[in-house]
Write a protein of this length. Structure first.
Length: 127
């Protein structure tokens, strides 16, 4: 019985890790990403927003796949209203694309699929 409980606990931990949401990026994390010399996308949204929820697994996947080559960040505007003001967010979700020099090169409002995010990151300098 003890082994069965332990196995279930391990499975739940693995499932939780696979479904873990990106944390809401702090101002320090954003500054580091934009100064990293790599392209970045920052998705500003909210955990309760339906299109934002649909984008969460896409962002998590891209963050893992392109770690070290691009920054993929999420900012919850309910937790960080200053970021929403700083980036002039009017609707959520909004994705901001930055080139390797940290300059905003593209802005998209609404749901965006993985292929389009990759296309925009490549246009911003992803190699």
């Amino acid at each position: 019985m003890k082994h069965g409980i332990a196995a279930v606990a391990v499975i739940l931990m693995i499932a939780g890790a696979a479904c873990a949401e990106l944390p809401s990026a702090t101002d320090i994390v954003v500054k580091k990403a934009l100064a990293s010399g790599k392209p970045a996308v920052i998705d500003l949204g909210a955990r309760h927003c339906i299109p934002c929820k649909k984008m969460a697994p896409i962002l998590e996947s891209l963050s893992r796949e392109y770690r070290g080559r691009a920054s993929v960040l999420f900012i919850d505007v309910n937790e960080d209203q200053a970021a929403a003001l700083k980036f002039r967010i009017q609707m959520i979700p909004t994705q901001l694309f930055f080139n390797a020099q940290g300059k905003e090169v593209k802005r998209h409002i609404g749901f965006i699929d993985k292929g389009t995010i990759l296309k925009e990151l490549k246009a911003a300098g992803l190699k």
